[in-house]
Design a protein around this ligand. Structure first.
Ligand code: CAA
Length: 241
């Protein structure tokens, strides 16, 4: 049976690797993106996966965007809430805008995407919701009070909703990537990355987006039906929960 998968923030970084891996696993895949038309066009040209533009931070845009995807591909079976942003800064310098933007995308975005899709998954008695949280939602990170709070919120969301989904054949899980070699991590000042972060990773390197994508393919599979409410940690040993 071909499953329909939707990956938010799926044209770049970890999301792009997830979308490609899900396609290779046999799913029909759509991705959403918020702003970078050029990256989206390049992604679609390379992969053949259609990209739809809307902001996960806006509930009404999510409802309309999901309707477009479902009209093209059919009901969404696998939702990967991957879209995320950083607005790093020490707390004493953190603006209200930087707080709000990160909460709106990383935490409210997970609600805005899952809530409209959930009733269909319940009625079809099958669903996979996979939330891409972060090591920094587990351990906290200086300079990232907003991001850490949003990603910790995603873990609470996952654990609570998993208990509701279990009655209806829906699993809800989270993945906590460590530092992965994407644009987001490369935006960290080089000195901080090389002197503070990489030395804290026992395997001695950044992760690859494909290493997170393989976790998603596993949790999305029919074989993973007994796994729900879990947090899969993939961080090179940087933080052992
Ligand atoms: N780990 C350990 N030490 C850190 C650190 C980190 N992640 N980030 C900053 N520091 C240290 C700096 O090295 C510096 O110490 P020294 O004075 O001893 O050198 C001190 O904290 C102050 O840092 P800055 O001088 O950089 O202060 P700033 O005000 O100019 O910038 C900052 C602060 C914006 C937070 C910047 O340091 C920064 O971007 N840090 C990285 C924060 C981070 O880890 N972000 C993760 C982004 S990737 C991601 O979020 C994906 C994911 O899920 C993992």
């Amino acid at each position: 049976m071909t499953r329909i998968a939707l990956v938010t923030g799926g044209t770049r970084g970890i999301g792009a690797a997830i979308a490609i891996a899900l396609k290779e696993s046999g799913a029909q895949v759509a991705v959403s993106y918020a702003g970078n038309d050029e990256a989206a066009a390049a992604f679609t040209a390379k992969t053949g996966i259609k990209a739809y533009k809307w902001s996960v931070a806006d509930y009404d845009e999510c409802v309309a965007g999901i309707a477009r995807v479902e009209a093209d591909l059919g009901p969404v079976d696998i939702l990967v809430n991957n879209a995320g942003i950083t607005r790093d800064g020490m707390f004493h310098k953190l603006t209200r805008e930087a707080w709000q933007a990160v909460i709106d995308t990383n935490l409210n975005g997970v609600f805005n995407m899952t809530h409209p899709i959930w009733p269909g998954m319940r009625s079809r008695k099958f669903g996979r919701v996979i939330n891409i949280s972060s090591i920094n939602g587990q351990k906290g990170q200086m300079g990232q009070v907003n991001y850490s709070a949003s990603k910790a919120g995603d873990l609470g969301f996952t654990k609570a909703l998993a208990q509701e989904g279990a009655f209806a054949g829906i699993t809800v899980n989270a993945i906590c990537p460590g530092y992965i070699g994407t644009e987001m991590v490369r935006a960290v000042p080089e000195k901080v990355l090389n002197e503070k972060i990489i030395p804290q990773i026992p395997v001695g390197r950044l992760g690859e987006p494909e290493e997170i994508a393989r976790c998603v393919v596993f949790l999305a599979s029919d074989d993973a039906g007994f796994i729900t409410g879990s947090t899969l940690t993939a961080n090179g040993g940087q933080f052992v929960v």
